[in-house]
Design a protein around this ligand. Sequence first.
Ligand code: 4AD
Ligand code: MG
Length: 483
Amino acid sequence: MAFNNRTKINLLLESAKTDDQVTLMGWVRTKRSNKNVAFIALNDGSCIQNFQVVADPQNIPEEILKKVNTGACLKVNGKIVPSQGSGQSSELLADEIIVLGEADPEKFPIQPKRHTMEFLRENAHLRIRTNTFSAIFRVRHNLAFAVHQFFHNKGFFYIHSPIITASDAEGAGEMFRVTTLDPKNPPLTPEGKVDYSQDFFERETNLTVSGQLEGELAALALSDIYTFGPTFRAENSNTTRHLAEFWMIEPEMAFYDAEDNQNLAEEFLKYIISFALTNCGNDLEFLANRASEEEKTKKADQRSDMTLIEKLNFVVENKFIRITYTEALDILRQSTPNKKKKFTYPIEDWGMDLQSEHERYLVEKHFNKPVIITDYPKAIKSFYMKQNDDGKTVAAMDILFPGIGEIVGGSQREERLDKLEERMEELQISREEMWWYLDTRRFGTTPHSGFGLGFERMVQFVTGMANIRDVIPFPRTPGNAEF
Ligand code: 4AD
Ligand code: MG
């Protein structure tokens, strides 16, 4: 006989009728009891709400009720009855409780009280059982689903770009090596270097930092594609915005110029945020309350005057600001914090890279809206970006979000073979090794563009979580790969 004949709580809440006979399975959040009755809050992860189970000690043996503790897993058979208490309209009067898995109340770490985020990260294997984390991961799922729905509806194809690559798409050299060579005794070349031609792939390989280059190959065949996969960066930055393993969505479109690219990115970001607003109402409300509590602990001048839900609606309803890097630099140069020397990195000559303090000033203080910055100096951007006619800038775009900073990076691509080769030469990127990439420019090249959305930064924005480690189930950061 099959085991799973239960009703999920999210469905039960929509359809429960008095006298229905139902089976629930889930985990105990809390139990309140006296000698006449026990109230059990049961959660099965299908939604933020618990379902109240009422156990009468006359029906349910005492030795069973003793095992009903926070964290235990139960199967409950019973009848839906109108609730006497406030907080729910109906509850489940238990005929039978089967304890599927006990949880020793002395040892179970997740007690019904407020835990710090640090404590929960150390217990990442169990933190998913809290209201906060289950809400985050339901929202994360919905955002991922919305990504696929958006692109599918527009006729884009989902391409699985490789995880193991031999190239460094971003040219930043922050890669994790993939090898099966013996670290103690690797084969050496006559010059004394590690001889990777004897390695598994007969070359040096690493975990990908981006699926873009392969995405470009596919766009120049299927027109409109996107990738959505894990990417890896060995940058040693312990910030609230960086992970060593994160998920990126990278659409790539033939016949798109820089402006088409900006339009698509803006439409895409708004679409997935509104999808979450429509489909994750209860979870977002819970997370919004949580975020408001968090706001109260901040200094008055750092507090946001909008709730999380208002912030999300605001982004969906307002046009993003579009300015060039040169305009952004002028605004920053004239800004009060720059004049008062409040920036750690003062605004200097044209060509300097923008730091996150500058990005945050622009989005949070100056415009108070998402901002698309375009046309960056070519020296601070990747080799593949389309060179503008001014000889100094490239057709890049970064999208900055309030509270997050950079959420999207993208560009029109350099489709002219001679210009691309020239730039690779300058940056000492091997044209021989990248022959396959250059072939797209040799055979049937065309203007094309794309961008990358850091998925966790989007989940952070939508859930209002301050630290990126709290929006991915098992974060990978310097020193952390426990679970
Ligand atoms: O700006 P990036 O480096 O752009 C690319 O990788 C391009 N190949 C994208 C493209 O044009 N197809 O990264 C894109 C986005 C960033 O804007 C940021 O949101 C996110 O990826 N990101 C990270 N997220 C978490 N942890 C990190 N270490 C990240 N590095 C980048
Ligand atoms: Mg970037």
